[in-house]
Design a protein around this ligand. Structure first.
Ligand code: ZN
Length: 272
């Protein structure tokens, strides 16, 4: 193996020597100062750059014309340096790319993210408009119970003239006239007596020892008055007389007799 390689190298060296000799010999042996019968420079160039497309006979001429042979050698050298320059350029391009890679990769990632976001928004935009019309334009099927939206009407109740009842004192409401209150969903505003404390209150609607409605609410100061604003749906309360009790956490009670009125006919509810 080693012998064969050695022999091959030796033969390669030998052929190189022969070529070098031929080169120097051919460069000098056939002077042709007038370039008589020489092919054009473009013919030599095409032989050097595209050997397969070389004109026939040019090879033979090179072997018998030193100026053409020299010129051919120059063209080969030109080709070689051109190839090297191209390779160098392409290598520099690769190098530039690899150096700029993190930035390019970052840019590419940012682009991908933006594209993904854009696609997501687009998909959402395509999907969304389908949702509301289904809900809003859906005709209620016959027989299906239609639950109308609860409309709360504002109702104010002034309790500022009431005397607070302390602790477990029996309510003395005989002298207070009942206030008519509609038996419907109310946006109830209670005005508490002057200097009533802010904070949590319990509201109850009682009659004959039974509680028909109750709710916890916060009292707040508005322009020097203590108000409780609460939603009270009294549409299920039977018509009649009740006591509306407003009790604070410190045990102060306000008792307002109320008369629950029939709810307006527009709600469509029938009462016995
Ligand atoms: Zn020639």
């Amino acid at each position: 193996m080693r012998l064969r390689l050695k022999g091959r190298r030796a033969s390669e060296k030998k052929s190189k020597d022969v070529l070098d000799f031929a080169r120097s010999y051919l460069s000098e042996a056939f002077p042709n100062p007038d370039r008589q019968g020489c092919p054009s420079d473009s013919s030599l160039r095409s032989l050097a750059f595209n050997p397969s497309q070389g004109e026939p006979g040019v090879n033979e001429h090179l072997a018998a014309c030193s100026p053409c042979f020299k010129r051919y050698g120059e063209l080969l050298a030109e080709l070689k340096s051109q190839r090297e320059a191209e390779e160098g350029l392409s290598w520099r391009r690769i190098s530039a790319w690899s150096k700029a890679h993190p930035i390019l990769a970052g840019t590419a990632l940012a682009c991908a993210v933006l594209i993904a976001i854009g696609a997501g928004l687009l998909l959402r935009r395509i999907r969304l408009p389908n949702v509301p019309p289904v809900e809003t334009h859906r005709a209620p099927s016959p027989g299906e119970p239609v639950k109308p939206p609860v409309a709360y009407t504002s109702f104010s109740l002034d309790l500022s003239a009431l005397s607070p009842v302390r602790g477990a004192e029996p309510p003395t409401t005989g002298e207070v006239r009942p206030v008519a209150v509609p038996g419907s969903p109310l946006e109830l505003t209670l005005t508490l007596p002057l200097a009533s404390a802010e904070g949590p209150y319990d509201l109850t609607l009682t009659a004959g020892g039974h509680t028909f409605w109750s709710k916890s609410a916060q009292a707040h100061l508005h322009n020097g008055r203590t108000l409780i604003q609460v939603q009270a749906d009294l549409s299920q309360i039977p018509v009649g007389f009740y006591n509306l009790e407003v009790q604070s956490s410190v045990g102060i009670r306000l008792i307002q007799p109320v008369s629950i009125q029939p709810s307006p006919p527009k709600t469509g509810e029938q009462r016995p």
